[in-house]
Design a protein around this ligand. Sequence first.
Ligand SMILES: Cc1ncc(COP(=O)(O)O)c(C=O)c1O
Length: 395
Amino acid sequence: MLEATLRERARNLLTASGRSDVPPFMVMDVMAAADRIEAAGGHVVHMEVGQPAAPAPKTAISAAHAALDSGRIDYTSALGIPSLRQRIARHYREAYGCAVDAERIVITTGSSGAFILGFLVMFEPGDRVAVTVPGYPPYRHILTALGCEPVLIETSSETRHALTGDALLAAHHRTPLKGVLVGSPANPTGTMMSREALTSLITAAESAGIRFISDEIYHGLDYAFPAVTAAELSPHALVINSFSKYFCMTGWRVGWMVVPEPLVRPIERLQQNLAISVPTLSQIAAEAAFEGREEMEEVKRGYQENRRILITGLPQAGLNKFLPADGAFYLYADVSEFTSNSFEFAKRMLEQAHVAATPGIDFDPVHGHQFVRFSYARSADDMREAVARIARWLG
Ligand SMILES: Cc1ncc(COP(=O)(O)O)c(C=O)c1O
């Protein structure tokens, strides 16, 4: 009896909260299987990981070395180092011709940290927030963990996989939405929203009182047409960006937000309490990264060449149905001709052809079993090798 009570008490002390019960990322399983093949002497072409193979710009690395040599690395102010916030404001002028007050820039722990702050400041527990599927899984998982309800809206090829104002308002009329989040260029599809599509979506959202969040982490990696920032289209939008992708600084964990003016102080208070500040060394490196743009443009030209190799090579290898690869470094291929289970397909492709890709089920619980995501962030030789291996395997 006593033992049972103790067991019950221990169970109560150790049970994880319901809201922490978010699904894992399946790509991790693919990575683990790839590691096993490599440990046994095989050579895998890695197209599963969504991160640049290139290092951070040399300017960023030198600035970090110099900061370390100079001694103390202190906290910064919660909103970030003022000169970095000003440098980002200048970036909006130079890259988009858009005036953004540096006071509205908030430095965050990658865009992942920005989602937490952004969702906390914009939504109450129970609020419904629309996200697109296919889409980046942590959007919905972070919302869930914070007690909000993600509302999945499907996109389709008729709209180049962009969410439309009509689809948003239809969902809103079914049950009211408090917010909507979109990314362009998008992960996993690699598709982008045109200026017209983004403008009409923001207009529709704001006219219905739906708060707009724009994930612009893949800005700079646009090939089909220039990416448009929501900061230019509405002072009420919350814009999220990061040094992880264009600047190849994933592990530095530094990003930023452009915040509607009235939300700056509430976000500052949240950041003070949740994190104090973003790692100082990373902020110093991030500011210097802007001086390394030439190096990053070279990296981008590499992605463009990789994209060309895949767009021409994959159809010859047998994979001829994929979404428009407008930006980022992803190609989302429809493999329904070969399988009704993309996880199984990705597993076999890894085991038999030694090409690792991510099954679509991570990004889309409804149609993901038909799709596989290829990341083309590595070398052109890897891309050629992948195309040749897939051709042999499917042939
Ligand atoms: C669409 C999208 N948003 C956000 C992130 C998170 O990036 P980070 O926290 O490194 O800025 C990723 C990472 O892959 C992503 O693909």
